[in-house]
Design a protein around this ligand. Structure first.
Ligand SMILES: CC(C)(COP(=O)(O)OP(=O)(O)OC[C@H]1O[C@@H](n2cnc3c(N)ncnc32)[C@H](O)[C@@H]1OP(=O)(O)O)[C@@H](O)C(=O)NCCC(=O)NCCS
Length: 168
């Protein structure tokens, strides 16, 4: 019997091209039918390989989950950006390739991001999700997140509700 390795590691600049493709696939799959197509494509194009290279050059990193030596998903996290919410950390992004969704990888990445935030001394954390991204909302609820705040964001001339899920 052979075993397939699942590994979580920190990205480097050499992962920029992989992250570009993963981001494109995951965003098209997650937001098609939610964000207007032209706006969605513009958002995706802004995240080209140069964007990911620059992110690493200025000290940014992503947490990568590898399945059988292939990057299946990523998470980014750091300090909470909304000061009036008294929480230390924030998961900024958590995206899996469509073919790797629904088999527990999101939960693994989430838990590892959470562990690393605790290690850095962050007390509690939050995640923002579009309310219309119902699948992501159900995922965060399944992981114990509690809805804490709502806000409105304008994208492509439309208004979208964003929900903050919180873990204390
Ligand atoms: C959202 C996402 C990260 C979840 O990762 P995933 O690997 O598909 O989810 P998992 O298989 O790890 O599920 C973890 C738990 O959430 C539950 N869950 C996941 N999606 C769910 C859904 N749509 N409805 C109900 N429960 C759900 C699972 O049943 C599981 O519960 P358990 O721990 O009790 O078994 C992933 O599907 C994804 O990348 N989606 C597209 C991008 C996206 O929307 N990202 C979030 C942006 S805010």
């Amino acid at each position: 019997m052979s075993t397939v390795p699942i590994d979580i590691r920190i990205s480097t600049r050499a992962d920029a091209a992989t992250l570009t493709c993963l981001h494109q696939d995951a965003w098209r799959y997650a937001y098609r039918g939610i964000i207007p197509a032209v706006t969605l494509e513009k958002m995706i194009q802004r995240r080209d390989v140069r964007w990911w290279e620059r992110m690493h050059r200025v000290g940014g990193q992503a947490l990568l989950l590898e399945f059988d030596h292939e990057v299946a998903g990523y998470a980014t996290f750091g300090p909470n950006r909304v000061r009036k919410l008294a929480l230390g950390g924030e998961i900024y992004e958590l995206y899996l390739k469509p073919q790797y969704q629904g088999v527990g990888f999101g939960k693994r990445l989430f838990k590892e991001a959470r562990r690393r935030m605790r290690e850095r001394g962050y007390t509690g954390h939050l995640v923002w999700s579009l309310g219309a991204n119902e699948s992501a909302c159900r995922f965060y609820e399944a992981l114990g997140g509690k809805e804490h705040a709502r806000t409105i964001e304008a994208l492509g001339g439309l208004k979208f509700e964003k929900i903050a899920f919180v873990w204390r």
